[in-house]
Ligand binder design. Structure first.
Ligand code: ADP
Length: 443
C-alpha cells in the first residue's frame, strides 16, 4: 500500500516538474501535478478493469499478469478461490461417499421436506415403493403411498413406532410385499423415512406358527386317543381279551408319537449338523441291498395275511463297484424313504422297480417307480413340505408322519443332489434322486 502511495506521489511530482518546465511556476506546477495524478489514476483504473474482467470469467487459469497492488490482489484472489474450490470438491466427495453408503444400504431411505415432498431416495426405497426417481422427485409422499395404514400414521404425526404397508412390486417377478416404514424428524421439520422389506420375515413367522400347530396336532391326536383308552381301562371292568385289544391300540398310538418325535429329531439333526463329508465313500450295492431287504419286510407286514405281496425288482447291474461320497446314514434314510413310500402307497400285488444308473456325463440316478395310485399334479410341488400329505388316512395307517419327503429333500440338499417327482393319477409315480458327478466314483 505504501508503494502504491509512493507511486501516486511520484507521478504527481513528475507531473509538477514537467508543468513547471512547460508552463513555468506557479500555474505549471499546479496543472502538472493534476495531470500527473490523472495519468496515475488512468493506469491504475486500466489494471483494475483487467482484474475485474478476469473475476467475471470464473476461470482461474486466465488470471492477468499484473504487478504491484493489482498483481498482489490477483494472486491472493486466485489462491483464495482455489482453496474454496478444493473445499467444495472435498465436501462434494464426502457427500458422494455418504450417498453411496446410503445407496448400498439394504434398507430404503427417503428424505422428505417439511411438506412431505420427496427430496431424495435410494434405490432400495425406489424398489420398495416402485418410485421413479426422476418422475417422483418433489412429489408429495401422501400422493404416492396411498396405503390407508400409512396415511393414518403420517397424518397422526406419531412417529415413535413403525407401520406395515403392503406394496405391489412392479417389473419382473412382480409380487405383493410387506414393508415396514418408520419416519424420523430431523433438522428443520424435515423427515427421514426408513423402509424394510419384511415379507420373508412374515413368511418365516407364518411357517413357524404352522409348524408348531402341525406338531401339536400330530402329537395331540394320539395323546387324546391314549388318554381315552387309559380312562376306559381304569373305569370299566374289561375281559382279558378286550384289555389286550385296547393295549394293542394304545401301543400303536405310542409308536405313532415316537415316529413323529424321531422324524422331528432327524430333521433338526440335519439342520444343525455339519455338511456331510465328500471323502467318505459308501458302496451303492450295500445301500440298495438294505433298501431291498427293508422293502420286502414292509411289504409283508402291510399286505399280510390276505393281500398279495408287491412285485419288487431291484436293478443293481450298474451298482457294483460304484460308490457315493457322503453320509451313509443320511443317504440310506433318503433311499429307503422313497422305496418304503412306494411299498406303503402301492396296493398289494403292484409293481415296484428300483434302479441305479450312472449316466455318460458321470452323474448318477437312483429311481423308484411304482404302479400305485399316482399323485395329482397340484400336490407335486408341495410334497416335500413338512406334514404335507395327499392321502392322510393311508399315511397314518402305514405309520407315516408326513415328514419323510421333507427329510429326503434335506438330505439331498446336503449332498448337492436333486429330487424329481413325476406322477400320473391311476398309473403310478416315479421318484428320481440325481447325484452330481463329483460325488460318484466307479472302479
Ligand atoms: P408320509 O409319512 O405321510 O408318507 P411323506 O413325506 O413321505 O409323508 O410323503 C408325503 C405324501 O406324499 C404322502 O402322504 C403321500 O400322500 C404322498 N406320496 C409319497 N410317496 C408316494 C407314492 N409313491 N405314491 C403315492 N403317493 C405318495
Amino acid at each position: 500500500m505504501l508503494f502504491r502511495f509512493l507511486t501516486w506521489l511520484l507521478a504527481q511530482a513528475l507531473g509538477a516538474g514537467l508543468g513547471w518546465l512547460v508552463w513555468g511556476a506557479p500555474q505549471g506546477l499546479w496543472w502538472g501535478s493534476l495531470l500527473g495524478l490523472w495519468a496515475a489514476w488512468l493506469v491504475d483504473a486500466t489494471r483494475g478493469a483487467k482484474f475485474l474482467r478476469w473475476l467475471k470469467t470464473n476461470d482461474l487459469q486466465q488470471a492477468p499478469s499484473l504487478s504491484g497492488f493489482w498483481g498482489d490482489l490477483t494472486e491472493r484472489s486466485r489462491r483464495w478461490v482455489r482453496a474454496l474450490d478444493q473445499q467444495v470438491s472435498n465436501s462434494e466427495g464426502r457427500l458422494q461417499d455418504f450417498l453411496a453408503a446410503i445407496q448400498a444400504s439394504p434398507n430404503g431411505v427417503v428424505l422428505l421436506d417439511p411438506e412431505g415432498r420427496i427430496e431424495w431416495c435410494n434405490q432400495t426405497a425406489a424398489t420398495h415403493f416402485s418410485f421413479d426417481e426422476a418422475r417422483d422427485h418433489r412429489q408429495l409422499i401422501g400422493n404416492l403411498l396411498r396405503d390407508p395404514a400409512f396415511l393414518k400414521y403420517y397424518n397422526a404425526r406419531d412417529f415413535s413406532h413403525d407401520v406395515v404397508v403392503s406394496a405391489r412390486r412392479r417389473g419382473l417377478g412382480a409380487r405383493q410385499t410387506s414393508i415396514s416404514v418408520q419416519l424420523h424428524l430431523y433438522g428443520d421439520s424435515q423427515m427421514l423415512m426408513l423402509s424394510r422389506d419384511i415379507t420373508a420375515l412374515q413368511q418365516a413367522e407364518a411357517m413357524r406358527r404352522d409348524f408348531v400347530a402341525n406338531v401339536s396336532h400330530e402329537i395331540r391326536t394320539p395323546l387324546t386317543v391314549l388318554s381315552g383308552f387309559i380312562e376306559t381301562l381304569q373305569n370299566l371292568p374289561l375281559e382279558k381279551q378286550e384289555r389286550a385289544h385296547y393295549l394293542r391300540l394304545m401301543g400303536q398310538q405310542a409308536n405313532r408319537m415316537q415316529s413323529v418325535v424321531s422324524d422331528l429329531l432327524t430333521l433338526s439333526r440335519l439342520e444343525g449338523s455339519p455338511l456331510p463329508s465328500s471323502t467318505e465313500w459308501i458302496p451303492v450295492a450295500s445301500l440298495l441291498a438294505h433298501c431291498e431287504q427293508e422293502a420286502k419286510s414292509l411289504s409283508e407286514v402291510i399286505t399280510s395275511p390276505q393281500g398279495r405281496p408287491h412285485v419288487l425288482t431291484v436293478d443293481t447291474s450298474m451298482a457294483a463297484q460304484c460308490d457315493i461320497a457322503g453320509s451313509s446314514t443320511e443317504l440310506q434314510s433318503a433311499f429307503s424313504n422313497l422305496v418304503n413310500n412306494a411299498v406303503r402307497y402301492t396296493p398289494g400285488g403292484g409293481q415296484i422297480e428300483v434302479m441305479w444308473r450312472v449316466l455318460p456325463d458321470g452323474h448318477a440316478e437312483f429311481e423308484v417307480k411304482d404302479s400305485g395310485p399316482g399323485i395329482a399334479p397340484e400336490h407335486l410341488p408341495r410334497l416335500t413340505e413338512r406334514f404335507y400329505r395327499v392321502d392322510r388316512s393311508r399315511s397314518r395307517e402305514t405309520g407315516g408322519t408326513g415328514l419323510g419327503l421333507a427329510i429326503v429333500k434335506h438330505v439331498l440338499q446336503r449332498h448337492d443332489a436333486q429330487l424329481d417327482i413325476q406322477s400320473t393319477l391311476g398309473v403310478g409315480s416315479r421318484f428320481t434322486i440325481r447325484l452330481p458327478a463329483a460325488r460318484i466314483r466307479q472302479a
